[in-house]
Design a protein around this ligand. Sequence first.
Ligand code: MN
Length: 501
Amino acid sequence: MTLCFILVYNIYMKDSARIEKAVQIAKKAHEGQFRKTGEPYIVHPLAVKKILEEWGMDEDTIIAGILHDTVEDTDLTLEDIKREFGESVAFLVDGVTKLSTARNGMRDIDTYLPTTKDNFLRLMIALGDDIRVLIIKLADRLHNLRTLSALPPDKQKKIAKESLEVFAPLADRLNMGRLRVEMADLAFRYVDPRRYEKLKDLIDKYNKSAEKSLQKIESEVSAALKKEKITFQISGRVKSVYSLHKKLAKHNQNINEIYDLTALRVIVDDITDCYLALGVIHSLYTPMEGRIKDYIAMPKQNGYQSLHTTVITKDKHVVEFQIRTKEMHEYAERGLAASFYYNEQKLTENYKKGKIEHLPTNLLWITELQMTAAKLREGKKVDLKKLKINLFSDKIFVYTPKGDIIDLPKGALPLDFAYKLHSEIGDHVVGVKINGKMSNLNKKLEQGDIVEILTSKNQTPKQSWLDRIITSHARAKLLHALNPSSRSESTTKKKRKPRKM
Ligand code: MN
């Protein structure tokens, strides 16, 4: 049975009696409640239900999705849910509720980052108990984003920002590519509307202008693949606005350095055909140096597999090709949800038994999270330093000796940490201890480091510190300390390459 068939079957299948019952109970519980859009509240849980069905989730997850807001917002209790739908559903609803409680204990939602180890652990336990909790939360957030226009502007911005910084990266960690793209683009529209419009416009124009040549390339490649008797599907993929935004930031806004504005996807039957197709494409066009990536032999951390190559055509067009099998494609689009699909029975059984070893490889961080959660529940001590989990890929968490968590961008140095604590601390740094050992100000901080800043009243800020800082926040503070009279300190000193767009 092919996956497509199962999917279609799943979406159009009549609701089971249990699901129907959950809908009725939710309708009753939310009666008289309304969303900001003016619609009856039940519209939201039903939308979450539909999203979870589209992702191909199991019945318990779908039921928990329908009921996910009842315990927090209505008279329905966890006991009621347990009685009506069993332990597993109650467990999932409880997890989603706990997840919002854990978030409530965190510092302003602006950064959404836990301020203490305790809160961080609470969040991890909520996530780690059963990863399906997170999947329900993602479905919940997706629908809230789709209907964000009904909220007042300040709330829109908060939710959008949180979605960009927390939920879209989480979707990425689960390799749920389609979800990540939709979430990020929906959210980015609210976070930076002008930039969004500008880039959207740019992508549309670029696609229009490239359309003809792309068609030509597509037919050339198709003919060559047919000649080699490779069965394939080929289609264009449109670059998402947010990923273009991020890439431009990485390349000093130089659009000429973005090589995957136009990409073609080739889906073939098996791995051998992937490499054959790569060869065919390279014999037609010139591959760009350093742009061939073999994520089949070396999958990304989230399990993503594909061959990537960028080529230059005879007409000097730069096109990226992504070559993968149907299974890899399915997994890239739906990620963990797709794995649930294949392993549904097995996974559900193992969750019930408390076993966790049946998660797909490459998602071992989830296993680690679950083992940590289990240990914490049993009251065992956990060495956070040994945890390799980093849900927020471009951030690191380090600790003060008291155990407060400070979040910094990757690559941050001790002075960034010191200025993040307080400018009084930053201005008087004489040394740093990392994990109890004397270190120096050039040492890059790493995930989980315990950082102690040594200060002296007699110390004054040094010009040379500018080379030992990577955050704009610390830079602004230091510049101000060096030259208190200057007003626009962060812009005058910092030389940037000219923006090309
Ligand atoms: Mn909700």
